[in-house]
Design a protein around this ligand. Sequence first.
Ligand SMILES: [Fe+2]
Length: 302
Amino acid sequence: MELRGLGYIGIATRDVAAWRSLMVDVLGVGDSPGPPGANGDTLYLKMDDRCWRIAVHAGEDEQCAYAGWELPGEEEFDHAVAHLQRSGIKVRPGTDALRAARGVLDVAQFDDPFGNHHELFYGPMVDEFVFVPPSGGSGFVTDGVGLGHALYVVPSCNDALDFFGRVMGFRVTDKFSWGPNGAVFMRSTPRHHSLAYIDLPIPGGPGLNHFMIEAKSLEDVGRAYDRAMDARVNIVNSLGQHSNDPMLSFYVQTPSGFNVELGWKGLMVDDSNWTVRTYTGRGEMWGHRGVFMDDIADAKVG
Ligand SMILES: [Fe+2]
């Protein structure tokens, strides 16, 4: 399966307005009218020349409705769907309505063995004009590497590695090992990880723990941090650098309970010289003080 990273992400929430306020007013992504087939109850958000990258759907639940994994074209998409089916995964083919809502040439839906919702797609709509971030920032790192990454809490990293590695074809970049528990970071583009998972019993899990978007400049992250402080949103990790990416980032809680990370200068892996690394520490070079990393530390000793 020749995945090209996290192409889009969909959220279901009772409070679309709060999501817009966080993503646009604080973190600096842009509004989009969405694809021509868009539902008026859905908020579409832009990060680059794609029609949209983040969709926020009005609903009764608070959850990640889907992570959209991109394929290069029709042939790779068809192969990926067939591969999932051969692997025993129930795949729901896209309908005309779903293709229109996503603004893609084709899409298929499936769940991973842990109950998280995913989609495969190819052929996303792009705009004919250059994206100008509403915050006046320099934009987001997406070209060839997807919108960012998603980290899930799963029951077992070994079981997750079997599915995301053997079935979906993500490659291991590095791992954290904490006795019987750990975390695994996987890539399908040069981005250090597009997908990660952790098998510690931390609050909010299982399911999506956070997704990450990457600004093109340090100043954009700093200004968004100021706006987050001014807006009094819940900053669950202060500015810091993880030991493996080593992205400079901070995390805020979204209206749906899980978190969003805004980062800068995450590592891009060179496959020609990369070897898998293992870490055993807290996972920070510095910073990231707050309940998020404290929850992970508490779960490790508990
Ligand atoms: Fe992250």
